[in-house]
Design a protein around this ligand. Structure first.
Ligand SMILES: O=C(CO)[C@@H](O)[C@H](O)COP(=O)(O)O
Length: 293
């Protein structure tokens, strides 16, 4: 079967070029005393998590495709393919089979992806007690770590958000479709990003929940009242046909649109074109105009 492969020479080249501002060479050891241990030691070019994200402007429309739909046997190649197709960040969906009914990946996969791309790794933790795992994900190379505000996931939200920031990553907070904005009112001043779930978390390929459009407008109003300007990310069921609903071009506030990009394309001849069109389609999505007949 043909794949969306871009070949290893492309990968190697992009590892030695394409870095932006300040980086340093550092021997890195990943270790944490949780249910698994990193023992791998290696030399790696380090770009700080914040500097990768700070290269983006809040007025940009950012497309952050989810790796959930990738062929995991070809993950590196497929991440490179979406990068070359023009995406901005890579969205990494981490699920534990407890907070959500699906199990995906852990820090080892983030660690494996880090040398593949210099795009920000935007890690969404759909797990119970994320504070237990945050250090592993940041050490593995996450640039943004987002945790759920629901108490069935994060017990001490303010503490966990501050923990993420103290480790040098950007901190995001996530709301399920049924969770009201009041749940994050008192941490809006400390978060870098708010992620509005426009599907119930756990699976790709679900339909966009329309009621979340109002929640996004209400969030923008709340942020304005509080004088804060976090990234606003909308995740689930977003594609070229409906992205305009969650993008508000009248302001300079950016919206990050995840999902709806099928990474798992098996035909390399159409994969790159398909991905480029999908990303462009999301960024330029417009409300259809009624035509008189
Ligand atoms: O976090 C999730 C689902 O829980 C999302 O990131 C989805 O993976 C987005 O995929 P589509 O809904 O666009 O297919």
């Amino acid at each position: 079967m043909a794949t969306a492969s871009l070949g290893s020479s492309t990968l190697v080249q992009s590892q030695v070029s394409g870095f932006g501002g300040g980086f340093r060479l550092q021997k890195q050891s990943l270790s944490h005393s949780n249910s698994f241990t990193f023992t791998r030691k290696k030399f790696r070019t380090i770009v700080t998590a914040s500097s990768r994200v700070d290269k983006f402007s809040k007025s940009d429309i950012i497309v952050s495709p989810s790796i959930l739909s990738a062929n995991f046997a070809k993950l590196g190649e497929q991440v490179k393919a979406v990068e070359l197709a023009g995406c901005d960040w890579i969205h990494v969906d981490v699920m534990d089979g407890r907070f959500v009914p699906n199990i995906t990946i852990g820090p080892l996969v983030v660690d494996a992806l880090r040398p593949v791309t210099d795009l920000p790794l935007d890690v969404h933790l759909m797990i119970v007690e994320p504070d237990q795992r945050v250090p592993d994900f940041v050490k593995a190379g996450a640039d943004i770590v987002s945790v759920h505000c629901e108490q069935s996931s994060t017990i001490h939200l303010h503490r966990t958000v501050n923990e993420i920031k103290s480790l040098g990553a950007k901190a995001g907070v996530v709301l399920n479709p049924g969770t009201p904005l009041t749940a994050i009112e008192y941490i809006l001043d400390v978060v870098d990003l708010v992620l509005i779930m426009s599907v119930n978390p756990g699976f790709g390929g679900q339909s966009f929940i329309e009621s979340q459009v109002k929640k996004i407008s209400d969030l923008r109003r709340l942020c304005a009242e509080k004088g804060v300007n976090p990234w606003i990310e909308v995740d689930g069921g977003v594609g070229p046909k409906n992205a305009y609903k969650v993008r508000h071009s009248e302001t300079t506030w950016s919206f990050l649109l995840c999902g709806d990009l099928t990474l798992n394309l098996e035909d390399s001849s159409i994969a790159q074109e398909y991905l480029s069109c999908a990303i462009k389609g999301i960024k330029t999505s417009k409300k259809p105009v009624a035509v008189a007949v």
